[in-house]
Design a protein around this ligand. Structure first.
Ligand code: CO
Length: 355
């Protein structure tokens, strides 16, 4: 494992379109990698579309679940105008202020990619009062350069077709990368690299369960069925979290920082994480000299919110890679933070600190 392999998988995952409910392209790539590299003892796709996998340890009673979600926020076509413009509804939590003028990509029913632009009433035609108002999504449309409802339908774009904002993968200085859907293809990347590292470890105690989960952004739905099926005794959700280490934010309000390694959640809106699981994370990080930080409570929610109340309850926590401009088309993160997160997750599993 090195920054190069992390970067290349991140680019491949980021460029796929996998809006909630339509994660098929992401799941196929994950299955392909697991099967080609023989990374798991068993791997399959469940009826909701989660990729589930099992890597056996020497003890099958201690079962650690690692969960990362495959879906991303996006939009769904809700109506086609007679003149070929598309109306849409959001899927997941967008900051609607940033939408007008954005370039988008749409995945047709046959998997063909079309480019579009989110439009609204042009500034020249709006009054001063209108310009001061927030534009709502029902006032926006997508222009795909087509001029009739027939043309749109001939291109297999119909109600229910999904898309995302268009944001090509770009390298920045200092191992920083820019792209879309880092929430949570980053977690997917961490899980695949963890599987690759476990293949090299001769023996470890706990059996490791993997859920590459669908539909997190609309309420952790894949996490619910995956955890129910896999019956973990401990769990970690691997996420991407808000690094608001930018001008104008008070230090007390900054949840996590870029470049300071994986962030351990103490509490968010969906879970008070297990102190025992956090102790195992911290002791193994310290033993292996892996940097880490605590995410300041109480922002956001993750799949761990669903997993820890699965069946009779599962002690759980969340480990996140810090990311700026999350839930915008252009997220920014540091590849070294991903690498350190993989190291921490592996150290947690092997548990040399014997917590
Ligand atoms: Co997420």
């Amino acid at each position: 494992m090195d920054l190069k392999s992390i970067r290349s998988l991140q680019e491949e995952l980021s460029n796929l379109i996998g809006v909630s409910g339509y994660e098929g392209d992401v799941s196929s790539l994950i299955m392909e990698i697991i099967e080609k590299e023989a990374l798991a003892d068993k791997a399959w796709i469940d009826s909701l579309g989660n990729v589930l996998a099992i890597k056996k340890g020497s003890n099958e009673k201690d079962r650690i679940l690692l969960d990362a979600h495959t879906d991303e926020i996006g939009f769904m076509i809700s109506h086609i105008e007679n003149n070929g413009f598309l109306r849409f509804v959001p899927v997941g939590g967008w900051d609607t202020r940033i939408l007008p003028g954005q370039a988008v990509v749409i995945r047709s029913k046959t998997g063909k990619i079309y480019h579009g632009i989110i439009g609204s009433k042009p500034p020249h035609l709006t009054t001063i009062e209108e310009r001061q108002k927030l534009i709502e999504i029902p006032e926006m449309y997508i222009d795909v350069g087509m001029s009739s409802v027939e043309e749109v339908s001939n291109n297999n774009i119909s109600i229910g077709v999904v898309g995302t904002l268009f944001s090509p993968f770009v390298d920045f200085p200092n191992n920083m990368i820019r792209g879309k859907a880092f929430d949570d293809r980053t977690g997917v990347n961490v899980l695949i690299h963890t599987l690759r590292l476990l293949k090299e470890v001769s023996s470890f105690n706990d059996t490791v369960l993997f859920n590459f989960a669908v539909q997190e952004e609309i309420g952790g739905r894949g996490a619910i069925t995956g955890a129910y099926n896999l019956k973990p005794t401990l769990a970690l959700a691997i996420e991407n979290t808000t690094a608001a280490d930018v001008p104008g934010i008070n230090e007390a309000e900054i949840p996590v920082y870029i470049g300071r390694g994986p962030a351990i959640t103490i509490a968010d809106k969906s879970i008070i994480t297990s102190p025992k699981v956090n102790e195992r994370l911290v002791k193994n990080a310290e033993l292996n000299k892996i940097p880490y930080q605590f995410k300041k409570p109480i922002y956001g929610g993750t799949d761990a919110g669903k997993i820890h109340i699965s069946r009779e309850g599962v002690p759980s926590s969340v480990v996140s890679v810090p990311c700026r401009y999350i839930h915008s088309p252009t997220s920014l993160l540091n590849l070294d933070d991903i690498l350190k997160t993989v190291m921490l997750v592996k150290a947690f599993i092997v548990n040399s600190a014997k917590v």
